[in-house]
Design a protein around this ligand. Sequence first.
Ligand SMILES: Nc1ncnc2c1ncn2[C@@H]1O[C@H](COP(=O)(O)OP(=O)(O)OP(=O)(O)O)[C@@H](O)[C@H]1O
Ligand SMILES: [Mg+2]
Length: 341
Amino acid sequence: MAPAVSIENLKKSYGDIEAVKDVSFAIEPGEIFGLLGPNGAGKTTTIRCLCTLASPDAGKVTVSGIDAIANPRAVRNRLGYVAQEVALDKVLTGREMLELQAALYHLPRKTIPERIERAIALLGLEEFIDRKTGAYSGGMRRRLDLASGLLHQPDVLVLDEPTVGLDIESRIVVWDFLQQLRDDGTTIVLTSHYLEEIDALADRVAIIDRGEIIAEGTPDALKQTVGGDRVTLRIREFTPDAEVATAREVLGGLDFVSDIVVNAAQGNSLNLVVSGHDNALLSIQEALRDRDLPTFSIAQARPSLDDVYLAATGKTLMDAELAAAGTRNLKKENKQAMAGK
Ligand SMILES: Nc1ncnc2c1ncn2[C@@H]1O[C@H](COP(=O)(O)OP(=O)(O)OP(=O)(O)O)[C@@H](O)[C@H]1O
Ligand SMILES: [Mg+2]
């Protein structure tokens, strides 16, 4: 069987910005596939090329074996797309929006009321579906977007940041809903910059950074590639440099400890990787105590997808987001400065 989605060596630039440099991945039918990456990584651009809303500069996109560039209409019939930002016509009610959407998809007239009712029930829209969308909260709007994305019962549902701006309760409604759809056989592609979301939902994930895929696999397999558990340790709330040096020496001598990093921004806390030891925390505390070093706090955690990102790029997703935000502000300032000239 052809993959539900296949993207090969996709490239797309806007002027001199290479939004997507080289992206390839394949998605099997019935999978939830997550595209994870920081702001500006190229997620939306990739998704727009998949949904035939942007034309690639190079590369190949197919949906159920159908070429998206040669046959955009056939591909669109198989896809449901929920955009990152949607402009709602505020004077229509939610139900009217869904009816409009059904007409745009040329759904057979007879099936429309039943499909709309089903979408309303699936997403729990009953309470507000007959109110004007201008008065919807962010969560209500998002749930209506999702409902309209699946009205024509697509084989592949593509969602760009489906839960951005939602409170935790609405987010869980959406997660449950997506899992239910997947269990009914729909292939789901979603982008997110929420690690927990991708970790909780995706059967497979591709991590995208600056227009390129830097890692791909099941969340568990990816986490295994970065090795043992993470330990965060503080000797004191603010540990003096001399004690940090001693702690480094002590920890460096333990054969189950590797990758010791001092985090000055966190009061000189120590981050390490431990592997092959059943009771690493106790042994670390004992070794420190032997050199008269106390333990203010210590915690052990499984590696996360952020550790995968960190291993591949040398920075955390959070740092990458901050850097992207910084660039945006700089661009804005430059524009303002130029305008002021
Ligand atoms: N229509 C456009 N015109 C010019 N540049 C664009 C356009 N769309 C995207 N870009 C640029 O391409 C790069 C990738 O953008 P894209 O929207 O694909 O990122 P993203 O991963 O979806 O980010 P976010 O998490 O913020 O949604 C960015 O540098 C962005 O500024
Ligand atoms: Mg985006």
